[in-house]
Design a protein around this ligand. Structure first.
Ligand SMILES: *Cc1c(COP(=O)(O)O)cnc(C)c1O
Length: 431
């Protein structure tokens, strides 16, 4: 089966199961697969449904740990929604990754992870507590993905007053095995508490803790699959150009893995908002993490993207290599709004602010390099999730899909808490 190594190189190799439950390697590094098989040649002409394609791509990484039939079930269950490729005009495509239950691309990873964990836990296992800090989308995808999964309780930490009203409803209204803690602090405080929980000896002796944050390899692997899907749907021979609206760079790193698996990709465009440490790094060669600033594309407000060490490792730490493969471009909020308006008036397509950043990146790349190859923008969220900024940009009302509407009137169940680790710890030990 597939073994994973840590980017810090000090921990030993582990299988998929251990990497899944550990999240971060003991040496503080991130896991990556030791062997990345070339799969494209074999998959290119096969007519497969999305779950079948996911099975073919994920199987080598879990071989020997999850039997084929169980993996096929996991894929059928996890990827049970459509993944549409929308052709906007010649050589411009939008890969719609927002048709899952929470209308953001994080559903792919969260649903695969929940079902993989469920597979490994048996009736004798101690209950698993999955902790997750969220600024919005991750928490709702994790809550929905793990809802009613046996043997797992999920505890979500979110910053008071910093998530949108719909996001808060998505986090707090499921109940059952999902508990939402409204932390009187920032997202950084939430993330710090989660980190401290993992280092807390008593806590780890008393309860079985795991995390669902974006560093988990089980979140990365399923994010390779839709790059293959897009290429197959476009069904042309030339390498594709992909623009990825990025924050923590998990989505883009999924694409890098796909390319290593043989998928023909001419270029990755790392499209960001003003949190532009990666475009800056590509430009200057210096990586200077800093506190994030708030923008309209808030799921990309990340000042210290954790997947950079994976990106560097996947290019053998060679800056020239990285620059050949990835181009970075950053956009202001004003440019994001312009991008939404322009695409709406030219193509009657409504994009959310994250996707709009990605679309701007594709247009600028095509202009600069005059490339005729098919360009794909990863559309990471449904515009209705960001109605506050999208409606004024297009000057029209947008309709809210049933799946979102259904959250609007629901009762919230949340526990208010300070930003002190000791309070969260007491809750985890006694609840
Ligand atoms: C999380 C998120 C992103 C950023 O993805 P990364 O993998 O963190 O780069 C972009 N758009 C939306 C809507 C998201 O929820």
């Amino acid at each position: 089966g597939g073994q994973c190594f840590s980017t810090n190189k000090k921990s030993s190799l582990v299988g998929f199961r251990d990497a899944l439950f550990q999240g971060l390697a003991p040496d503080g590094g991130l896991y990556l697969p030791e062997n990345i098989p070339i799969l494209w040649d074999k998959l290119k002409y096969k007519d497969l449904s999305y779950p079948e394609l996911a099975f073919e791509i994920l199987h080598p990484y879990v071989d020997g740990e999850i039997p084929k039939l169980s993996l096929a079930d996991i894929c059928q269950n996890a990827f049970s929604f459509i993944v549409h490729v929308n052709k906007i005009k010649k050589d411009h495509y939008i890969l719609e990754l927002f048709h899952g239950p929470t209308l953001a691309f994080k559903d792919f990873a969260a649903r695969f992870m929940a079902r993989s964990m469920e597979y490994f836990l048996d009736n004798n296992s101690k209950e698993l507590t999955v902790l997750v800090a969220t600024s919005g989308d991750t928490g709702s995808a994790v809550a929905s993905g793990f809802h009613n999964v046996d043997g797992i309780r999920v505890v979500i930490l979110y910053p008071k007053g910093r998530v949108t009203p719909i996001q808060e409803r998505q986090l707090t209204s499921l109940g059952d095995n999902i508990t939402a803690l409204e932390i009187d602090g920032s997202f950084d405080d939430c993330q710090l508490i989660v980190k401290m929980a993992f280092q807390d000896k008593d806590l780890n002796e008393s309860i079985h803790l795991s995390s669902a944050n974006s560093i988990n390899i089980a979140r990365l692997l399923p994010q390779s699959v839709y790059y293959f899907w897009a290429h197959k749907q476009i069904s042309r021979n030339e390498p594709i150009i992909v623009s990825v609206p990025s924050g923590n760079f998990g989505n883009l790193t999924g694409g890098l893995l796909a390319k290593k698996m043989g998928l023909p990709i001419e270029k990755f465009i790392a499209s960001t908002n003003k949190n532009d440490v990666v475009p800056e790094y590509l430009d200057s060669g210096k990586f200077q993490p800093r506190p994030s600033v708030r923008t309209l594309s808030n799921a990309m407000d990340v000042g210290d993207p954790s997947n950079l060490s994976r990106i560097q490792k996947l290019h053998n730490y060679d800056m020239k290599n990285i620059r050949n493969n990835i181009m970075g471009i950053a956009y202001t909020d004003d440019e994001t709004i312009d991008s939404i308006s322009k695409i709406f008036s030219e193509n009657q397509i409504i994009l959310d602010p994250h996707t709009a950043v990605g679309y701007a990146g594709l247009l600028d790349y095509k202009k600069e390099f005059n490339s005729m190859n098919p360009g794909v923008v990863l559309s990471t969220a449904h515009p209705a999730k960001f109605i506050e900024s999208v409606e004024p940009a297009i000057g029209e009302k947008i309709s809210i899909p049933k799946r979102l509407q259904h959250f609007i009137g629901r009762e919230m169940q949340k526990i208010e808490m300070s930003n002190r680790m000791s309070d969260v710890k007491e809750f985890l030990l006694t609840a």
